[in-house]
Design a protein around this ligand. Structure first.
Ligand code: MN
Length: 194
């Protein structure tokens, strides 16, 4: 029987402080992600999804409105694992040249990414994705995820309030700045580009 277990963080919970606090990671990784994993495991017992890899669960469940709960939990498991891999201590700062070249300048990339992250209404994710030969920034609501549409994820920021409220309250823009300036794992982003 397939049973997904918690994805470990690649760093200590306190390692991103003060940009993302130990308490935020204790809740976000230790409780929110853990709950999505438990819900997914509970929901797929005895179903056609039981022995599928996570990607396949997502691609199949999105086609079936009656499996919306399974889609939401599976997508949130994927999205969170990907988001936590996009983080590292002493990260952020200078944008990868491959990205800068595509967006014409670092400033244009940062402006577009920040605008997308701050203007997304409600809960969701902003993604940098590969769409064929193109790379672009997209907003996705709630649990939605690029892999459901055969887009290749390169980098993401979680803009659900639980991602930043303990540290930044209503100041989502400050959270986005801290993410870009201090915590992006450019090594992981680069792997996804290639
Ligand atoms: Mn989250």
């Amino acid at each position: 029987m397939f049973s997904l277990s918690q994805f470990p963080l690649q760093f200590q919970e306190k390692a991103l402080s003060p940009y993302m606090s130990e308490q935020t990671l204790q809740y976000h990784h230790g409780k929110h992600l853990a709950t999505y994993i438990k819900n997914l495991n509970d929901l797929i017992i005895g179903t056609e999804y039981e022995s599928m890899p996570l990607h396949e669960i997502i691609k199949k469940a999105i086609l079936k409105p009656e499996d919306k709960k399974i889609f939401n939990n599976a997508a949130q498991v994927f999205n969170h694992d990907f988001f936590f891999k996009c983080l590292k201590p002493n990260g952020g700062g200078k944008t990868l040249e491959e990205i800068t070249a595509h967006f014409k300048s670092e400033e244009k990339f940062i402006t577009e990414f920040k605008n997308a992250a701050t203007s997304l209404f409600g809960s969701g994710w902003v993604w940098l994705v590969k769409d064929g030969n193109n790379i672009k920034i997209i907003q996705m609501a709630n649990a939605d995820t690029p892999i459901a549409y055969n887009l290749i994820p390169i980098m993401t920021i979680d803009v659900w309030e639980h991602a930043y409220y303990l540290d930044y309250q209503n100041r989502r823009a400050d959270f986005v700045d801290a993410f870009l300036n201090h915590t992006v794992n450019w090594d992981f982003v680069k792997e996804n580009l290639n």
